[in-house]
Structures are given as C-alpha cells and as structure tokens.
Design a protein around this ligand. Sequence first.
Ligand SMILES: NC(=O)c1ccc[n+]([C@@H]2O[C@H](COP(=O)([O-])OP(=O)(O)OC[C@H]3O[C@@H](n4cnc5c(N)ncnc54)[C@H](O)[C@@H]3O)[C@@H](O)[C@H]2O)c1
Length: 334
Amino acid sequence: MNPDLDLVVVGGCGHVGLPLAMSFADVGCRVGIYDTDEDKINHVRRGQMPFRERGADELLLKTLASGRLELSNRAEIVERTTVVVMVIGTPIDEFMNPSTRVFEKVVDELGPRLRPHSLVVLRSTVYPGTTAFVKRRFQQRTADIEVAFCPERIAEGYALEEIRTLPQIIGADDDAAFDRASALFEKFDVEIIRTTSEEAELAKLLTNTWRYMKFAIANQFFQIVHRAGQDHSRVLHAIRHNYPRAADLPAPGFAAGPCLLKDVMQLAAFTPDHFPMGHSAMLVNEGLPAYVIDMIDHRQSLEGRTVGILGNRAEGIGRADRRRPAQDVPADRR
Ligand SMILES: NC(=O)c1ccc[n+]([C@@H]2O[C@H](COP(=O)([O-])OP(=O)(O)OC[C@H]3O[C@@H](n4cnc5c(N)ncnc54)[C@H](O)[C@@H]3O)[C@@H](O)[C@H]2O)c1
C-alpha cells in the first residue's frame, strides 16, 4: 500500500495534537489522527471539540468536511504515512521525576509499524536527551528513521493563530532530519530556527521555566507588600506605569495548570545541583493558595471549613495562569 496520508499525529485529540492536526489539514495536508482515547475520537469525529479553543469549532467541521482529516484509535494508521508527529503527554512520576516510560511504550508500539525512510517529529515537551533516545530505539529496528524535536510553544486557546505565527524551533542532529522537519513546518509559512535536538529540548524547558519564575517573583513581591500592610495593586501600578523596563512584571496569581510546574521539575531533575532557584519558585507559586487561605483566615476564622479557590480576582490577587499574565496579553485578549 502506498502512503496515502501526509502525516499522522499521535496523541492527535489532545490540546496540542488536535489544533496542530487541523492546521495541517487546513493547509492542504491529508492528516491522520491516532489517539488511544476512544471517547475523544468519537467526539471529534462527530465534529465536537473536546476542549475550548478559539476558532476550532468551525475549523474542525471544515476539515472533516474536506475529507483531509481521518481519525483512529488504532496504531495501524501510522502504516499509511512516512511522517509521524508525536504529541502525547509527558508526565512526571510519583517522585516528581520525568517518566520516560510513556515514550518507551509508544516507541515500541509504533516502531514495527513505521515505513522505511520515515520522519518522526517529537512535539511533546521532553526531558533533555529524549530525542536521541527515541532515535536510537527506532533505529534498532529500522536504520533509516529520521527523528527531530520540534517543540510546541502555543498558549491554549490561541493555538490556531500561534501555530501559524510563532517561529518554529527545529531541533535536529543531521541535515536530513532538519530538511524534512523544516519542510513540514514551512507549510505554515513561519520562521524556522535550527538547533540540535538537545538545544531545542532545553530551549522549551527553559521557556516554560522562565515563565514560571516570572510568576514566582510576582507572587513573592505580592506577599512582601501585603505583609507590609500596603496595597499591592497600587505598588504594581506605580512600578509598571509608562516604565518599559518593568512592563513585563506579571500581576500575582496562580501559576495554574500542570505544564509549567512539570517542566520546572524536569529541569531540576536534569541539573546536578537540582536547580535551587526553581525549587524556590515552586515553594512560592505552589504555596500561594495556602497564603490566600491564611489571608482570609486572618480576617475571619475558617476553623472547620473547606475552602475552594477558584482563581478569580479577589484581594488584589489577579489571574496569572500558565498562558499569559495580563500585561502580556493584548487588550482584546484579557
Ligand atoms: N497544553 C499546552 O498548552 C501545551 C503547550 C506546549 C507543549 N505542551 C506539551 O505537549 C504534550 C501534550 O500535551 P497536551 O496538553 O496536548 O496533552 P493532552 O493530555 O491534552 O493530550 C495528549 C493526548 O495523547 C493521547 N495519548 C496518550 N498516550 C497515547 C498513546 N500512547 N498513543 C496515542 N495517543 C495517546 C491522549 O489520549 C490525549 O488525547 C505535553 O508534553 C505537554 O507538556 C502542552
């Protein structure tokens, strides 16, 4: 059988995989989605997005109607292509260490099904060295598999726009893998940045860590000002107003969602000194809900009560979720 799909996205019903698969279909590619979650597959097949994403409801219906998007919960679908993009989740284990088992499992499942001369693009955020590991493991079976690491850098909710505007880092350790991976992403007409695979893995982890640490310093500043009995929102306004050098100081808030914390953990596990600044940032950000409870308890006893913190604006605590702090966001996206 000749390959009849231009690419298959593994984990293609996820927050990263689905917008990517639809975007490739929208620029004319025949795209296969492989996802182990049958419920999600059925939802998407019926034209229903499993999560919210700007512009995705319309694009899903359009790409399904075009016949260029095919879905399956069976790994056999990768036999119909020579380009596989992997965007499965990359969890940390119960000891807060990155788990490589998910990758070992999926590589062993897909390895026997890959066609000769295939390109595998890793797009999940991975522990440094994973691309080289995956390449070795695939090449034990088939010598001419190319592997590149092309990290996803979208913010959820803005994926469809950002896939087509953000520069794409292509981490490749040889020209053949680079040429094929960049030809894939050039379909979106975006700028390409070439690195080695490990440079790209580090670039992605450092990007998320940088963001997490910006939230941490914002949250620490909030606590300092609040403990001094002053109004943090007035102090923040005074710092940022018409002062470009402090314009990127985020508002305080919960550094929510699993990605940023997980990626700081991965970096801490990677460095011999375990990244003390990252640990301090975790103490501040992950301790913020407890700080908010203390603030409330100080005013009115919470003895015997259960408190839910929903992340909305209160007491000068703003929403600084993992996507964008308010001041990074253009006015129409706040
Ligand atoms: N969500 C984001 O905003 C974002 C941004 C950049 C990078 N990332 C990274 O991208 C990766 C994926 O994140 P996500 O948010 O899309 O996760 P997700 O949980 O939304 O999606 C992962 C999908 O993979 C499927 N899956 C899991 N194991 C599979 C397997 N063996 N074979 C086929 N399908 C499988 C799941 O059913 C799920 O639909 C993670 O490494 C994450 O850190 C996420």
